[in-house]
Design a protein around this ligand. Structure first.
Ligand SMILES: N[C@@H](CCC(=O)N[C@@H](CS)C(=O)NCC(=O)O)C(=O)O
Length: 404
């Protein structure tokens, strides 16, 4: 992002008399013998500042100038990166490719593209793991590049922690970026290149880039290939309840945290943060009575809630200003999250280093210094592995099994 420097420079009052004097001391021939270097915008800016004002800019002027420049640049970036409604509320663009569940039934030509920071992609990794679809639907894991778009890196996983998923290459198309993969489809593509994305290897076509469609397909459309075909995370008897929970959880929690973080007005933020915490308060009561959202069985609604909860204290609480409470302050929600985290294979889908880097280092308009804060100790693996006591018959009223 190069724009922050230019409004700053254009605000400098270069006609001040003392500046003219300083400018006379500047010799344009001083660097003639050096090889030309591309100008580094930040050192260029500090050189200009020093020329005009000496080593220190008057603090009041510095603050008001940078504030004006930063605020307008922030508005410009947010308006392009996070579309908003007239009140400044974040409005998430719709997914472009929706799955036709029937045409993909038991397809042996599917490949999944994900990024580990992304909660929507995380849903697809969890259902893929629970259903035992790892061989049937191989995965390529992208990582955010400096401009925020997804790219693939041929890294030999130095940060590999056990067999936790880590970013790597595009294993099917050999592309450098996800944008290139999208462009391979017939007719090309110039829209948002989002994860998760399900790719048809033979047809060279995007099957779907909407996470809920993908998890429904993984849950019930690939049973001929799944190692765990009898697991049903959306049984007909619970479909209505699951849809009801999704209607509450998607706008207020899954997208709710983004509505807090990407709000472009105080009013929009106030509404989003209230709806978020009202919903968490309600869930805290509900999960004091039931092990999972729809009773004693894990469903797709729990998977969708989990991927936001597991990121809550790690990134949303600080970076997205979801500050009213930490998830740790909700005993039932926190134990519920640990309960799901401890289901075999789920912890391996949670790469906290990738999550923190993906949010703090890449969402530049929200964290311009790109400093990644320390991992909250309550979100460490050891704490998440502590007993949750939600599976004992006495704690939830009756003996509960995780799976239907
Ligand atoms: N509605 C989509 C949302 C997917 C989405 O927004 N993914 C983000 C990462 S969390 C992305 O890939 N953004 C890249 C971009 O917008 O260019 C879904 O549920 O699959």
């Amino acid at each position: 992002m190069q724009c922050p420097t230019s409004p700053f420079i254009s605000n400098l009052p270069i006609s001040r008399p003392e500046n003219r004097q300083i400018r006379r001391r500047f010799s344009p021939t001083a660097s003639l013998n050096q090889a030309p270097q591309p100008p580094d915008p930040s050192s260029l800016l500090s050189s200009i500042t020093k020329l005009l004002w000496g080593p220190s800019l008057p603090p009041g002027l510095l603050i008001s100038t940078v504030r004006t420049a930063w605020h307008s640049t922030w508005r410009l970036m947010m308006s392009q990166l996070a579309p908003s409604d007239p009140s400044g509320g974040y409005s998430r663009p719709a997914s472009r490719f929706r799955a036709n569940q029937f045409s993909c039934q038991n397809s042996t030509s599917l490949h999944l593209y994900v990024g580990l920071p992304c909660p929507w992609a995380h849903r697809s990794l969890i259902v893929r793991a629970l259903k035992g679809l790892e061989e049937a639907v191989p995965v390529s894991i992208a990582t955010p590049g400096t401009d925020g778009s997804w790219e693939f890196k041929d890294i030999r996983s130095p940060d590999r922690d056990g067999d936790t998923l880590v970013p790597g290459r595009d294993n099917v198309n050999g592309c450098r970026t996800l944008k290139e993969v999208y462009k391979l489809r017939k007719g090309g593509y110039d829209g948002r290149s989002t994860v998760p994305m399900l790719w048809d290897v033979e047809a060279k076509e995007v099957v779907c880039n909407e996470s809920y469609d993908i998890i429904e397909l993984f849950n019930s459309g690939l049973n001929g290939l799944a190692r765990n075909p009898t697991l049903d995370l959306s049984p007909p008897s619970l479909k209505g309840k699951i849809e009801e929970w999704n209607r509450i959880i998607y706008p207020n929690i899954n997208n709710g945290v983004y509505r807090c973080g990407f709000a472009q007005s105080q009013e929009a933020y106030d509404v989003a943060v209230k709806e978020l915490f009202d919903t968490l308060d309600m869930l805290e009561v509900h999960l004091g009575r039931c092990r999972f959202l729809c009773g004693d069985k894990l469903t797709l609604a729990d998977v969708c809630l989990f991927t936001t909860l597991i990121r809550f204290d790690v990134v949303y609480n600080g970076l997205f200003k979801c500050t009213k409470k930490k998830l740790l302050e909700y005993p039932n929600l926190h134990a519920y999250m640990r309960d799901i985290y401890q289901i075999p294979k789920i912890a391996k889908t949670c790469n906290f280093t990738a999550i923190m880097d993906g949010y703090y280092k890449i969402l530049f308009p929200l964290n311009p210094g790109s400093i990644r804060p320390a991992m909250p100790s309550a979100s460490e693996h050891e704490v998440l592995s502590r007993a949750h006591d939600r599976d004992s018959p006495s704690s939830m009223g009756k003996g509960a099994e995780i799976f239907v």
